[in-house]
Design a protein around this ligand. Structure first.
Ligand code: AMP
Length: 125
């Protein structure tokens, strides 16, 4: 499957539409989800074009992978949900493909917290 560079996160990365930015470096961008499902709902995306975790883990450089995950941890601390910073924890989610309801085909993780986020897969059938 080819990467579709018309997806909304590609457009954010090109500066065509705004985002509520949390952090940015050479490898990754973090911003607030436009439709938050918890008091803290951040998204972290790599700067380069990867469809999902499968694509990212197979094809990204070690520097891109390290940069991405370092930013993910940093965002949890910045938003006050990391336990090391006195927060109460958070959940990471990454949807990949139709069974997971991935809406935006640019690899991303959700960071959800700020209140108890319930058990995993509460709505799964
Ligand atoms: P997923 O289902 O994992 O692909 O999630 C995509 C997420 O992107 C959803 O939680 C949306 O609310 C979020 N989203 C869509 N458009 C934007 C946008 N322009 N800025 C921030 N978040 C967005």
């Amino acid at each position: 499957m080819a990467y579709d560079d018309s997806n909304i996160f590609a457009r954010i990365l090109r500066g065509e539409i705004p985002c509520n930015r949390i952090a940015e470096d050479d490898y990754a961008l973090a911003f607030h989800d436009i439709a938050p499902q918890a008091p803290v709902h951040a998204l972290v995306i790599p700067k380069a074009a990867y469809i999902d975790l499968d694509d990212f883990s197979a094809n990204a450089s070690d520097a891109e992978i390290a940069g991405f995950w370092r930013m993910a941890g940093q965002v949890g601390r910045m938003l006050g949900v990391a336990q090391a910073g006195g927060g109460n924890g958070y959940r990471l989610i990454s949807n990949a493909g139709p069974d997971a309801h991935q809406e935006v085909p640019h690899f991303h993780i959700h960071i959800l917290g700020g209140h108890p986020v319930g058990r995993m897969l509460a709505d799964a059938r």
